[in-house]
Design a protein. Sequence first.
Length: 354
Amino acid sequence: MVKMFCRNNGKLYLEYEAYGRTVQKSTRLPDTPLNRSMIQKEVIPALQAKILRGDFSVDVPKKFSHYSEIFLRSKIHNKTYKRITMHVEQINVYFGDIRIDKIKRSDIKNWVQDMLETRSPKTVRNYMASLVGVIDVAIDHEVIHNNVARNIKLPEHDVEEIEPFTDDEVRRILDAADGFLKLYLAIGFFTGMRMGEILGLMWSDIDLDKKVIRVRRSVVDGNVTTPKTKKSIREVPILDDLLPYLEFTGKSLWLFVKADGFRVNRFGENHYREWRVLLATLGIKYRKPYATRHTFIVSMLKHSDMSIMQIAQLVGHSTTQMIIRNYGKFIKGEHLKVDRKLKLFTDKSADSSA
């Protein structure tokens, strides 16, 4: 017997038994009286006849790994394809050999608990996005009806404590650093650019006449791509303190190149090691290299005359929300620095005629 029903998406579906399985198939038609009548009179009788004749094929559920391959093919042009691939490979270790319709919600929860032992909630959320995507592929192939990975509750991820470097620490770090690290850190401290944006710089992006850096690209997972958002494509002023570090070498089109002449495609483990040693040698508390961006933003909030909106635009944000949420604690009391002699309601025309 074939039954017709409507899902929350407003589309009509058919449910029937075939080869010992309950199958639900979308008609892709909206739920209207006309469509219901047509399906009842034409589609359902034809479907029942096919089932009785045995010339009806049903897609049999396959292993999780099968649908993960289809999912990855759909993401091949994604900027974070390499990262998604890594996530899927790790998920396949756990679920790859299990038939997709045999994966239970309890299995997902157990996997999440295992992941949380070695990874942060934020990282697990990224893995979950890929897991949900793979199972959605199986739903599209109509071998399962529900995504058991959706709405799995994860603990709130810890908000990273922002701890900018002090002015003295910045000076000591730049004095002690050399080579790749010196140039990278100088640009980070004096522009607030993101790690990928810094690594994506070419010498043609540096305009010393106009004293600006044009942010046009970023390096993500080793690949050159467009910046994070449209607002991230921008011009950044070159402060006088940064100028001494921007000496054109003529060796490459890129600012950051390896010994073999190829561009540096990531802030690698050797760079992290050099960074850790540098801070330890100086007796400075460890922060991630991304702290150069935090330091720039906080310094601009404290020492410049720019508005929060201007600073947000300077570092590639479209609104002030991110600045206020992440750095608000560093600008407490700024409103009290107002000039007490400021006259808000003075008749300026009277003053000018005097």
